[in-house]
Design a protein around this ligand. Structure first.
Ligand SMILES: NC(=O)c1ccc[n+]([C@@H]2O[C@H](COP(=O)([O-])OP(=O)(O)OC[C@H]3O[C@@H](n4cnc5c(N)ncnc54)[C@H](O)[C@@H]3O)[C@@H](O)[C@H]2O)c1
Ligand SMILES: [Mg+2]
Length: 341
């Protein structure tokens, strides 16, 4: 069985591009428990302590996700008094560009400082880790946490109350009593940057850090399209009617519990820009000029413990930042065309 699996992978990697063979390999690992157990023997593991990922400082003093090989992880587990079979509790995350499988493992029931010492790293709250990690590592850290959280909160069938059982990869859980299969879920959220042609509309919730304003956002209701959700959210939160919706991109967002952010641009009639804020949702919503936005994009987020609350926008790992950046680029281009400095 294993031999034929390896042969099959070899044939795949010769006949397809690297990307296609990696995706086919992952599909196989998701569906085939034995193949996944085998992959655990040569995996890369991200560790989480009560959902905080393990980071390590590199020789060039930047922080990266600590990725442990199977043999290293087994040795560490034995040193902290845990059976090395604990590795099998990991969940499949993906694979590296070299085709090595990646897993996440929750180690919250092991002594944190002993683990940090053995791993030469530290467990960091995910929100803080986002500020410390290089750009491409944040989505992986978020995915690892989201998958662990989903399994921790879906141990029982909502129809029967009976325990659900995971497959080896962690791509699903089954209730053997009802036969229901549960798959990891994300809640769709629309996020929209509204423009009146020369200004953009940003808002803040009372829970945001002082001074931070972001694009309008909201969870999609059951049965809604992205376009419907977006028009409704803007109407509800600031009392405006948007038009010209344009898709920009998407992002998995681990807070509060795995959202799927769908980001768009939209415009309003420049004669109808009076905002009427829903104070239950938002503390403030304001129109910002190109000058205010480009200044905010150039400065790092302020530290609320040190700085007075000045206006700033979400950092680059948040899709709100992408929307704001795109709007600023578009404004810059149109100002150039019209000879405005
Ligand atoms: N990545 C980014 O750039 C970015 C930017 C803005 C918001 N966000 C995320 O988008 C999420 C939603 O934005 P919002 O707060 O403006 O939404 P919102 O305007 O829909 O208001 C949130 C309220 O909606 C209700 N709600 C409905 N469905 C929900 C669900 N599935 N899960 C939780 N609450 C639900 C709750 O009462 C909640 O208090 C936020 O939690 C935030 O983490 C991400
Ligand atoms: Mg909202």
């Amino acid at each position: 069985m294993l031999q034929s699996f390896k042969l099959c992978n070899l044939v795949l990697s010769r006949s397809f591009s690297g990307y296609v063979s990696r995706m086919r390999y992952l599909t196989r690992l998701k569906e085939d428990d034995e193949a996944c157990r085998e992959a655990l023997k040569s995996g890369n593991f991200l560790l989480y302590h009560k959902l905080s990922p393990l980071l390590r400082k590199t020789s060039s003093s930047i922080y990266k996700l600590a990725s442990l090989k199977t043999s290293d992880l087994e040795q560490i587990l034995e040193k902290v008094g845990k059976d090395k079979l604990f590795v099998n509790e990991s969940f499949l995350l993906g694979c590296t560009d070299m085709g090595e499988p990646q897993f996440s493992l929750e180690v919250g029931d092991i002594d944190r400082s002993a683990l940090e010492q053995e791993c030469r790293g530290m467990f960091v709250d995910l929100r803080k880790a986002f500020f410390m990690l290089p750009g491409p590592e944040s989505p992986l850290a978020a995915k690892g946490q989201a998958l662990l959280r989903w399994h921790q909160t879906n141990c029982f069938c909502s129809a029967t109350g009976q325990p659900t059982v995971r497959n080896q990869s962690g791509s699903l859980r089954v209730c053997h009593s009802s036969g229901i299969t549960y798959y990891p879920k994300m809640a769709p959220v629309v996020i929209v940057l509204v423009s009146d042609g020369s200004r953009c509309l940003l808002a803040r919730q009372a829970m945001f850090p002082p001074g931070m304003y972001s694009a309008l956002s909201g969870f999609c209701d059951m049965g809604e399209s992205v376009e419907e959700a977006l028009r409704r959210e803007v109407a509800e939160e600031v009392g405006l009617e948007v038009e010209n919706l344009q898709y920009s991109g998407s992002q998995h967002w681990p807070f509060p519990q795995s959202s799927f952010m769908l980001a768009c641009h939209a415009t309003v009639n420049p004669d109808k820009t009076q905002v009427n804020i829903d104070k239950a949702e938002l503390e403030d919503a304001r129109w910002f000029t190109y000058e205010e936005i480009s200044e905010a994009l150039q400065k790092p987020p302020s530290d609320p413990r040190r700085d007075p609350p000045v206006f700033w926008v979400p950092p680059s790992y948040a899709i709100a930042n992408q929307l704001i950046q795109e709007w600023a680029n578009q404004q810059q281009l149109s100002r150039k065309l019209h000879g405005i400095k």
